[in-house]
Design a protein around this ligand. Structure first.
Ligand code: ZN
Length: 500
């Protein structure tokens, strides 16, 4: 619009001056010709300066290429088209996608058709984020950072605390968004939070799941000294527990207070395979042949247990001792068992069947007592048990019908793993207990390759024949490709069927 107006004004002024000039000198014809000449000159300039395309032009009021702040709508209202002096904006077409909510470079092609020809021009629009995050200081020591593009980036806030001369603290906050825009803030406080939230588990620290069962995570609680209940902020990796793969999974629960102190607590989830007498069930994953030597009822008052320990030491073999209540001498033996790398596990507090199986609580509390005693005496924390008579015992039926059905479940729920056996040395029978040959024969004939072999033996005073047979048993195993392993909480559970 501007150009024609200026042109007309210039034309009018120049024409008027020329007309006056020649008129004064009475050159009528010349004055007319001069006016016409100026008119031609202007038309010439007009065409000389017009763009190619027969005077079709696409104009951008805000410049051809644009930089737009993210989330600013783009309408293209500043784009116009002209043919010469005539506006043809209504025939203008725009092609190309632009999403101003996503950073990037976009190209919009503007075109007009005129006289069957298409004239176009590209506009490049850069969508950028130059806005710093909004850093908000809230009550207590809380804060938040919201970015126009990244959203909530509170977890990216760096907090530094400087102690001031007057004993107060200067807390400085800084946060940078993904485009490098930084916001800072600071405040003075009298107290700072250096204490991590206190974590407590819902349910037991050890959880036992049988292969294929469903794991329901019971979660945890978090309590912060300055911010109160932070349970809702707890994150965990509980979904990594794969109940279709045996193993020990450590579930870690974490909660962070707004000063960045992280409280943490863990739970071990055991996914176990039950292996009974069936040799197929006890198969090892890698085909290896494993012997778990186990000794019940010790430590002995005489030298039976120490003789066994000497033999194990000589061959460099580790075993598992399911112990009963012990005195001062017994404690020394248990300490040696631990020091030499054997597993110390719980058999029972008392072996009197009428007492230990007098009620569910009687056995359960006996195990708790043993657990706490061993822990207090040695610092050794065990969650491995063996029921007197095995989980398949029927003797408990005499005292409490259905006891083993409930007790096995209760022990597992409390995080105690129970191990029966699939090879019986028969050293418990009076017929065999004095016969080392029979004990040796019963053990080696019970062994199977490619599986876990849980061997039942005893180490009370009367079992010296077992101590006599032990070197031969170990030698047989070593010569025949067996490896000896103590039972740990990642050993598959060997469980008999329940008979009560
Ligand atoms: Zn026993």
């Amino acid at each position: 619009m501007l150009l024609p107006v200026i042109e007309i004004i210039i034309f009018a002024i120049v024409s008027f001056c020329l007309y006056k000039f020649f008129r004064k000198r009475k050159y009528q014809l010349l004055s007319c010709m001069a006016v016409i000449a100026v008119l031609f000159l202007i038309l010439l300039i007009q065409f000389a300066f017009l763009p190619s395309g027969n005077g079709v032009k696409i104009n951008y009021k805000e410049g051809q290429n644009l930089t737009l702040e993210v989330h600013t709508p783009y309408g293209g209202d500043d784009v116009t088209a002209k043919k010469g002096f005539t506006g043809i904006t209504d025939t203008l077409k725009a092609e190309g996608e632009i999403n101003t909510d996503v950073l990037g470079e976009y190209t919009i092609r503007y075109s007009v058709e005129y006289d069957g020809k298409t004239y176009y021009s590209d506009r490049v629009i850069k969508v950028v984020d130059t806005t710093a995050p909004e850093l908000k200081l809230e009550d207590g020591l809380k804060f938040s950072a919201i970015d126009n593009y990244d959203g909530d980036i509170t977890d990216k806030v760096a907090v530094t605390t400087e102690k001031q001369e007057d004993g107060t603290y200067l807390v400085k906050y800084a946060v940078t968004d993904s485009e490098g825009n930084t916001a800072t803030a600071e405040r003075h406080v009298d107290k700072v939070d250096t204490e991590a939230p206190k974590m407590t588990l819902n349910g037991n620290k050890v959880k036992v799941i049988m292969l294929g069962e469903t794991y329901n995570d019971e979660g945890a609680k978090a309590q912060d000294d300055m911010e109160g209940d932070l349970t809702s902020k707890i994150t965990s990796n509980a979904d990594e527990v794969d109940t279709n793969t045996t193993g020990v999974y450590t579930v870690t629960y974490k909660a962070e207070d707004s000063s960045g102190n992280v409280g943490e607590i863990t739970r071990n989830v055991h996914v176990l395979k039950k292996v009974g007498y069936d040799p197929n069930l006890a198969k090892t994953e890698d085909g290896s042949s494993i012997i778990h030597l186990t000794f019940d009822d010790g430590p002995s008052a005489n030298d039976v247990t120490t003789r066994n320990l000497d033999t194990l030491k000589k061959y460099g073999v580790k075993a598992t001792f399911f112990v009963v209540n012990y005195g001062e001498e017994g404690l020394k033996t248990i300490k040696r068992e631990i020091e030499e790398g054997h597993t110390v596990a719980i058999h029972t507090y008392t072996h009197d069947y009428n007492k230990c199986y007098g009620s569910e609580d009687a056995y359960f509390e006996g195990v708790m007592k043993m657990h706490d005693k061993i822990l207090a005496d040695t610092g050794y924390d065990t969650n491995i048990i063996r029921f007197p008579g095995g989980s398949s015992n029927a003797v408990s039926k005499k005292y409490v019908p259905g006891l083993m059905t409930r007790l096995t479940k209760r022990m597992l729920d409390a995080g105690y793993l129970y191990y029966d056996w699939n090879v019986d040395s028969t050293d418990a029978t009076t017929k065999n207990q004095k016969n080392a040959d029979a004990i040796y024969q019963n053990v080696i004939s019970g062994l199977s390759k490619g599986r876990h072999n849980y061997i039942l033996m005893h180490d009370i005073d009367a079992k010296s024949a077992t101590a006599d047979a032990l070197p031969r048993i170990i030698e047989y195993g070593l010569e025949n490709g067996y490896t000896f392993e103590p039972i740990t909480s990642s050993t598959p559970v060997c469980a008999h069927g329940i008979n009560n």
